[in-house]
Design a protein around this ligand. Structure first.
Ligand SMILES: [Zn+2]
Length: 567
């Protein structure tokens, strides 16, 4: 080549090569391939092009470009390879420099059919116009070609499919964008709640493209995620993960439709790509799923790659915690405690304890009665027990001093393990050192609450008055609002609401009369005869109640001109 076009910012290499072809003056397309790669035996590849070494060889003499420069700045390698191990990244770079075309895709798992790469080249109409203005021609942007990116991070607007196939025809041509193949046929509008998530994805993808984060082992990411899961209450230190809760919250966070759009639906709540991602295995998944999980957990990309996420506990990292946990387990299993008791002390589950015992090959007391330190002693007689008890007692007192306005019950809520242990082994002491404290004087603005509640109550009453009759009482209103019980107890603090409910609530007879009126209307509408049994059935009022309101029913029927001999 005696010239090579300067790549534009974030231009994908394919696009630069396309611009070369336009200017090369070659009549046959295939001659361009000979110019660029010294061979006809290769294809135009978009995301992860290969034979880049050959391309560099063929550059004009004083050209400054290196293979690495192109790979990092003008291909999708930094995105698709962001979460793979260093050795594999090396191999992929090698494939892109001199290997077979498909190797990089295979090594990244992009040929398996679990994710479909984009079918068409994509473009942002605003970037398209701006590029023409600034550079005199449009070009294909890297960020727009990423599968799962739906908006342009610069313009925060939807990107569109062009008419150019990414993998079409003989693939021995480089097609540049133009006003003929980049047409907005129909404007795209995404729901607002998607747009926010789409912008996250676009911005994160852009960070990956431009940041050159270090490659890390899978274990690093697994641990980062695990630490955050523990912090957020989705996992315990002992490797247990609340998969169902995690899956549900994740779905609620993104919405099922958005997850489908990014080809990452979470269908089965306990077995899915998400559950696999948070388990300790070496499986690598698609980049966008790491991004989805990181956003969900609130981990910024810089932190995810560069800072070890800490554990909010007294131990520095999970290893030393795990070691301590196992050491305690060995000790406890020598004490003749049941698995359930051990699980309680360790704040774990019997299943986990049993598994750990098997894994560690512990000779437990109930399997092997000898050699243990305290075999002939009860746990509560051991010195260890006394040390622990004193420690936990002190802890309990400390918490009560720290939160003078909280009752023991409230303190217990956030210190379940402590409470459980004391109530199991030290109940008498616990009783003597617990307090019931009235709630501190509340700062609730009851006037405001009363007014707000009143309008809600009015709506509920309106609903109750429509359709099939439901009796209007304090408790039906309360349950509709989800504050049954609370409402009755607080009614003296809510004068407006109280007065209103008292004025509309129904006695039993009143309610039965309303039911009968409703039944008469219904029978009329359905053109059915008004008989005793029809009324009983449609109104749902039992005959033994009917006799108490027969006078009222008669009045209604007479007024409507019906015969009421049956009453
Ligand atoms: Zn744009």
């Amino acid at each position: 080549m005696n010239f090579f076009p300067t790549p534009y910012p974030d231009e994908i290499l394919y696009s630069t090569l396309g611009r070369y072809c336009i200017r090369s003056g070659n009549i046959k397309e295939i001659h361009n391939f000979e110019d660029l790669f010294s061979t006809r035996n290769c294809i135009a590849s978009v995301e992860l092009p290969s034979k880049i070494d050959a391309l560099i060889e063929n550059m004009p003499v004083n050209s400054i470009y290196t293979a690495e420069y192109f790979i990092y700045n003008h291909t999708l390698f930094p995105f698709y390879a962001a979460f793979i191990e260093p050795q594999r990244a090396e191999k992929i770079i090698k494939s892109m420099r001199s290997g077979r075309g498909a190797d990089a895709y295979i090594r990244l798992g992009l040929v398996s059919n679990s994710i479909d790469l984009n079918k068409y080249f994509r473009f942002c109409p605003q970037c398209f116009m701006e590029d023409i203005e600034i550079y005199g021609e449009p070009y294909w942007h890297r960020i727009h070609q990423i599968t799962g990116v739906f908006v342009c991070p610069k313009h925060k607007a939807p990107i569109y499919n062009s008419q150019v196939l990414v993998r079409g025809g003989s693939r021995q041509r480089f097609i540049t964008p133009s006003i003929d193949n980049c047409i907005v046929e129909k404007e795209i509008y995404y729901p607002n709640e998607y747009i926010e998530k789409m912008i996250w994805m676009a911005e994160d993808a852009q960070r990956l493209l431009n940041s050159r984060f270090d490659f890390k082992e899978q274990e690093w990411f697994k641990r980062q995620f695990r630490a955050k899961l523990i912090e957020k209450g989705y996992a315990r230190m002992n490797n247990f993960v609340h998969q169902k809760k995690l899956a549900q919250d994740f779905i609620d966070f993104y919405g099922e439709d958005y997850l489908k759009l990014v080809q990452s639906p979470v269908q089965n709540k306990s077995q899915n790509w998400l559950s696999s991602m948070v388990r300790y295995n070496n499986r690598i998944t698609f980049t966008l799923r790491y991004l989805l999980l990181a956003r969900f957990l609130g981990i910024p990309l810089d932190t995810l790659f560069n800072e070890r996420i800490g554990f909010k506990c007294e131990y520095d990292d999970i290893d030393s915690y795990q070691q301590l946990w196992e050491k305690r387990l060995v000790e406890l299993s020598q004490l003749g405690l049941s698995i359930r008791e051990i699980a309680n002390i360790l704040d774990s589950t019997p299943k986990t304890v049993r598994r750990a015992i098997d894994k560690l090959g512990i000779e437990t007391f109930w399997k092997y009665n000898g050699g243990g330190k305290y075999v002939n002693k009860k746990y509560t007689d051991t010195n260890e027990f006394k040390v622990k008890r004193d420690h936990l007692r002190a802890e309990w007192i400390k918490l009560h001093n720290k939160y003078p306005n909280k009752s023991s019950n409230q303190i217990r809520q956030s210190h379940q393990a402590l409470y459980r242990w004391l109530s199991k082994y030290d109940l008498e002491w616990l009783r003597q050192h617990s307090r019931r404290k009235a709630n501190i004087s509340s700062t609730v603005d009851w006037n405001k609450r009363d007014k707000e509640l009143l309008s809600k109550v009015k709506e509920v009453v309106k609903e109750l008055q429509q359709g099939k009759p439901q009796r209007i009482t304090w408790s039906t209103i309360g349950s509709r609002l989800g504050v049954n019980g609370w409402l009755l107890k607080r009614k003296d603090k809510l004068p407006l609401t109280r007065e209103y409910i008292e004025s509309v609530k129904e006695g039993l007879q009143e309610f039965h009369i309303r039911k009968i009126k409703w039944a008469i209307d219904k029978l009329e509408k359905e053109d059915k005869e008004i008989t005793y049994w029809n009324l009983v059935e449609v109104a749902g009022v039992k005959p033994r109640y009917l006799k108490f309101i027969s006078k009222e029913i008669k009045d209604i029927l007479i007024e409507k001109g019906y015969n009421c001999d049956f009453l």
